[in-house]
Write a protein that binds this ligand. Sequence first.
Ligand SMILES: [Zn+2]
Length: 260
Amino acid sequence: MSPTPQLDNSTSDHADREEPNSSGRDPVTDHPCPPRREFKARGAFVTRCEGCNLPELNCLCPYQSMAESRVQVWLITHPIEHYKPTNTGRLIKDVLAPTRVFTWYRTTPDPELLGLLADPRYAPFVVFPDDQPDYVHRVVTIDAVREVASERIPVLILLDGTWRQARRIFRKSPYLDTLPVLPLHTERLTRYRLRKPASESHLCTAEVAAELLRQAGEGEAANTLDDYFDAFNESYAASRGYERIDEPTPAMQRLLARRA
Ligand SMILES: [Zn+2]
């Protein structure tokens, strides 16, 4: 459900390199530059924190905050998406501990996922747009999530990849064919800054989760995930400009207050 991909390492080594001046400071921001070779290929050789996988310059670990939610999220992640440090699906697991992440392989579905889909304790919904006529009979609204919550654990199944990958997962996974389809209806525009979206209305995976959690009545979980997502964006974007965030942003301050 991510917007159109723009690979983090898609820029060639030499295409848009701007050499720092002789003082070792970035010519645009006048911030001190680390050795230039650290930033070749937009991120490929950046030193990353082992905890959060962000560039060490602005590690996200101090802001990681957990929240409780009756509604769970399971991710079915396209294998290519797994390796992108700009992936936002993983942020959901940092905030909501019960989150499960499965890798999608077309011909070999994960047996654990199949077992969970058959487990009567859960009420899974596959999150997908309601823009095609052939599954209109399966489309439900967020009310269905709210209504089922008293008896079973609602589960939002998010297809984590580009729109094209998500559509492929939706169409090529027979075990999803019987599940109710939950579209996200929202006026929200994306705040994701790390890939260029095809449209501002294309939300990335963490934003889709936060919005649906909010609509399902899990406001605290939604707000925590939104703050964590914003902190991720801010940290990552700053690191791309070699800029260290010294003063925590409002989202970071709220996360620190939760942890205190
Ligand atoms: Zn970290």
